[in-house]
Design a protein around this ligand. Structure first.
Ligand SMILES: [Zn+2]
Length: 532
């Protein structure tokens, strides 16, 4: 009920502000709105699969162009969070942005384990030193992820905010942008004022959240937004493959958040799905709400979101059919025979990129017209680069596997090298890496990449000199992001999500994971927690 009164109350405030402005001196000192402000921009972002056996190290964030500072940092992510932030900040008069030395994305993406304490201290040390050296700031933007896992530091994003606060003092405003796979609670808000989280999975709106972060930060610095926050931490833990927001009931929660933002001025609702592959104390679902000075409204909305999610808990856990790999490949074969193509065969569970289970089964069941993108094998790609592999060369090597038990054994592929290139996306931009297409069997192609690769749209295959339309089955490593280009646009006629029956790391059976910092019994559906 409270919220229905709020617009009136706020109208009162607005009238008062307008009158004050009207009554002010007509000339002399510049209006407060145009007072120059300085904002520091920093980033340190990683989605850590802490169950992977090899650590994320300084080397993963160190490459040509990273760390970045100054304009290079501000230009780093034009279509992402930072791009949105910079664009909107620059639409405001008198705003100076300073890119503080920061590491860009990890070379191995999300395909590596714990960040060592040394790695965190190394980069945060550089960030804080540069922040101190750059003088006084009115605001700070932290582009983070939320699911970083660091040995010995329970909440790395909140810790970063704490150290930044120590430098900039209590009067500066700090805003963060987050991925909805962040594991968050109220810790970040102990040191920061604002947070904006992507709403969709696939993550369509990262740039938009960067834009909102800039606008709200600048309003806060200039006094027209007085951020207050409330949270609702829901004791529900879900595998990421179930969290597709293109379908009910995940879509319903996104829509409810959007509805609150639409009906109440200056309200922002963050919906963190959580990231169960990080063994950290703040796993699980969380809602954060920010309002313009209305603590009661913030809490009311946070409670509403939490309660709604709790009512939907069983539906939230029942959104995708997961097939054992052999069954999935067999269903793919049937779909091809029935003309229900293209088929997407998505191994959602491979966290290293090296898994060979689908590849082995494609050979076993003699599938044809299948492209497998990708199996990662950095050793092999580097060895073959050194050897000077060429198109047309015969290929006979064991591929992939062995990264950990979830990757399985290498699979011997006998075929012909069809293409060698620099890969796609970030890998292509960085250069120096070799990706290999091998033609084998009946019109099958295997793409070997140096690292875990998530294909999210058929067009990406063009970077690999392939045409998705030439294949009936497209076997990929992806949980939900592939729906961006294969499902939301109705491209695929058949979608089969698979995982190995052993229930390795990446499985929907979270009870198989060796958590040390999480007591699964405190989370639905593994225990019977009471909520709210
Ligand atoms: Zn994510």
């Amino acid at each position: 009920m409270t919220h229905s009164l709020c617009p009136l109350r706020r109208l009162g405030v607005l009238v008062a502000v307008a009158l004050a402005a009207f009554a002010g001196p007509a000339s002399a000192a510049p209006a407060p709105r145009s007072k120059p402000i300085r904002i520091a921009v920093l980033t340190f972002s990683h989605e850590t699969v802490t169950f992977l056996p090899y650590d994320t190290t300084i080397d993963d964030f160190t490459y040509e162009g990273s760390p970045a500072r100054g304009d290079a940092l501000l230009r780093a992510e034009s279509r992402g969070y930072i791009g949105g932030f910079v664009t909107v900040a620059r639409e405001h008069d008198g705003v100076e942005l300073v890119g503080i030395e920061s590491p860009l994305g990890s070379k191995s993406g999300s395909g590596s384990g714990w960040l060592t304490t040394e790695t965190y201290e190394h980069f945060v040390g550089k960030m804080i030193a540069d922040l101190k050296a750059q003088g006084k700031f009115d605001g700070v933007y932290l582009a983070v992820h939320g699911a970083m896992g660091v040995r010995g530091i329970a909440r790395p994003e909140a810790e970063l905010a704490r150290r930044v606060r120590e430098v900039v003092g209590p009067d500066a405003f700090i805003v963060g942008t987050f991925d909805p796979h962040g594991n968050e609670d109220d810790a970040f808000f102990k040191h920061a004022n604002l947070a904006f989280c992507v709403k969709y999975y696939p993550h369509y709106d990262s740039r938009l959240q960067g834009e909102r972060a800039a606008r709200t930060l600048i309003r806060s610095i200039r006094g027209s937004y007085k951020p207050v926050q409330a949270i609702s931490k829901v004791p529900l833990i879900t595998p990421t493959v179930l969290q597709w927001t293109g379908k009910t009931p995940w879509m319903d929660l996104v829509q409810r958040a959007l509805t609150w933002e639409a009906r109440e001025p200056d309200v922002y609702v963050n919906f963190f799905f959580g990231f169960p592959w990080s063994d950290v104390p703040d796993v699980g679902m969380c809602f954060q709400v920010m309002t313009n000075g209305n603590a009661e409204l913030a809490q009311e909305i946070a409670d509403d979101m939490g309660k709604t999610a709790w009512l939907l808990k069983d539906e939230l856990l029942n959104t995708a059919k997961i097939h054992p790999i052999a069954e999935g490949v067999s269903l793919a074969k049937k779909a091809v025979a029935a003309g229900q193509t293209p088929v997407v065969l998505a191994d959602h569970s491979d966290r290293s990129g090296y898994a060979t289970w689908v590849l082995g089964e494609v050979i076993q069941q003699d599938l044809s017209d299948t492209v497998i993108v990708t199996v990662a094998d950095r050793k092999l790609t580097e060895a073959l680069r050194a050897k000077g592999l060429r198109v047309g060369d015969p290929f006979d090597y064991p591929v992939g596997g062995l990264a950990d038990e979830s990757a399985g054994q290498p699979v011997r592929i006998v075929g012909t090298v069809q293409h060698v290139g620099g890969g796609l996306g970030r890998s292509r931009a960085r250069g120096g890496q070799l990706w290999i297409n091998v033609k084998f069997g009946k019109n099958n192609v295997l793409v070997i990449s140096p690292t875990l690769t998530q294909i999210t749209a058929p067009d990406q295959l063009r970077d690999l000199n392939l045409n998705a339309d030439d294949f009936k089955v497209i076997a990929i490593k992806s949980r939900v992001h592939f729906r961006r280009g294969f499902d939301d646009n109705r491209y695929a006629k058949t979608i089969l999500i698979v995982e190995p029956p052993q229930g390795f790391l990446g499985t929907v059976h979270l009870e198989n994971l060796p958590y040390r910092h999480v007591d699964l019994k405190k989370y639905y559906p593994y225990g019977r927690p009471t909520f709210p």
